[in-house]
Write a protein that binds this ligand. Sequence first.
Ligand SMILES: N[C@@H](CCC(=O)N[C@@H](CS)C(=O)NCC(=O)O)C(=O)O
Length: 107
Amino acid sequence: MQLISLPASPFATRVRIALRAKGLDVEIVPPPSGWPNDRGFRDISPTGRVPVLILDDGEAVWESAVILELLEELFPRRRSGTRAGAAAGARGRSLPDAADGRPGYAP
Ligand SMILES: N[C@@H](CCC(=O)N[C@@H](CS)C(=O)NCC(=O)O)C(=O)O
């Protein structure tokens, strides 16, 4: 798999965190130089945004929440089983949600 990502993107960051937590070996690459208007990139990410996950069969999945759902379905995590672990997981998921639609917000 390959993840088109930017270091400063909170949306890409939460996907990178999930990949790492799941121990998945994924190549992390930047968007193409013409991003976000590059035609080829728009073909795989209609909004022109990152992150985009490219599956081994070449299928592209965009929108971080959808990517996270897919990763969870393909590689289900073990539940922490503790309140503290569940709360830490919830905290990690709230920051990008809060940032959505707020350009310039970078935790
Ligand atoms: N709802 C999207 C938001 C993604 C997003 O806004 N990514 C920013 C980088 S942090 C981006 O690609 N911006 C380029 C643009 O809007 O043209 C997601 O969760 O994946």
